[in-house]
Write a protein of this length. Structure first.
Length: 309
């Protein structure tokens, strides 16, 4: 467990506030650590961030989570722990539901019992992709993959508990950390002259550093939330996976040529939504945030990655 305490706190952190972040070794967890350690969201001497991953705290273990929350007087949990291997989930449904549904129920139930505020991260894959306009937070979910179904089950567990909490659905998350589309494209761009990428699935790439900042912003304003509430967050703009890949190659100055193909030409075990653009007005209005365009955020993330990485 990594516990952090910092000085020079903004007003919202002047009272005792202990914040637990699960899944801290994942890309969002690491971006949250960057935000805290980088000083953008400093905490006072009497406020702490507890960064844990499965080795320190298994969210499916109700006794372990309950004891941790009680013993450390946790006031807020950011649940970034998740099973995210979309294709593997088709064969590992039990594992996916264990983390994405049962684990979320455990965390949510303990938050209700111990009066802890919860922020949980969900996904655009709870939708079937048949829409022709951006999905609003109150749109009817209809996941088409095991992964999407497991994430929706986790959402429902939170909504059933009825304690103050935030569910943030996001899309196409990437960062300099871990296994994601950005790092895959950078690797392929250095190894291959040509690659073929799906050009008929539409969404918005989301920088995990941007999402981390928004999560911490919400904690500042958590008193606005009185019941479980669903929000959508992604970077502004719309593209395809092929468009995303082309922009990566251009910004990284890689000579690799990206060729468009259809979903039927690139078969995957799990079905993906053809259109999963998220409507963002609710989170912008509620928390008064400005969301950068996906190309701007991509350029920022690429600037953090060494050229020889």
């Amino acid at each position: 467990m990594n516990e952090l305490t910092q000085n020079n706190a903004p007003n919202f952190m002047k009272k005792l506030q202990n914040i637990l972040i699960t899944g801290s070794n994942g890309q969002l967890g690491r971006c949250l650590q960057d935000a805290v350690c980088g000083g953008r969201y400093a905490v006072s001497d009497t406020s702490n961030f507890f960064f844990t991953d499965i080795e320190e705290l298994d969210i499916t273990d109700i006794c372990a989570v309950s004891d941790f929350v009680y013993e450390n007087k946790i006031d807020c949990i950011i649940n970034a722990a998740a099973y995210t291997a979309v294709d593997n989930a088709e064969d590992e449904s039990e594992e996916a539901f264990d983390i994405n549904a049962t684990g979320v129920w455990v965390v949510s139930h303990i938050c209700m019992e111990q009066n802890v505020f919860l922020i949980h991260i969900s996904t655009d894959y709870v939708f079937d992709g048949n829409a022709t306009a951006p999905y609003k937070p109150n749109a009817r979910p209809n996941p088409v993959s095991v992964y999407g179904k497991s994430k929706l089950a986790g959402e429902q567990a939170i909504l059933d508990d009825c304690s103050p909490s935030v569910i943030i659905r996001t899309s196409w998350l990437y960062s300099q950390y871990g296994h994601n589309f950005l790092n895959t494209m950078l690797k392929l761009g250095k190894e291959k002259k040509d690659i073929y990428v799906v050009d008929d699935q539409y969404g918005a790439p989301t920088n995990a550093h941007n999402l981390a900042d928004v999560i911490l912003n919400i904690i500042e304003q958590k008193d606005k939330i009185k019941r479980p509430t669903v929000f959508h967050y992604a970077n502004e703009g719309v593209t395809t996976w092929c468009g995303f890949a082309k922009e990566i190659m251009k910004m990284a100055q890689l000579p690799c040529v990206v060729h468009p193909i259809t979903t039927t030409e690139y078969s995957t075990k799990a079905k993906r939504p053809a259109y999963s653009v998220l409507e963002l007005s609710k989170i912008k209005k509620q928390f008064k945030i400005k969301i950068p365009d996906w190309t701007e955020s991509l350029q920022r993330e690429l600037s953090l990655i060494p050229n020889d990485a």
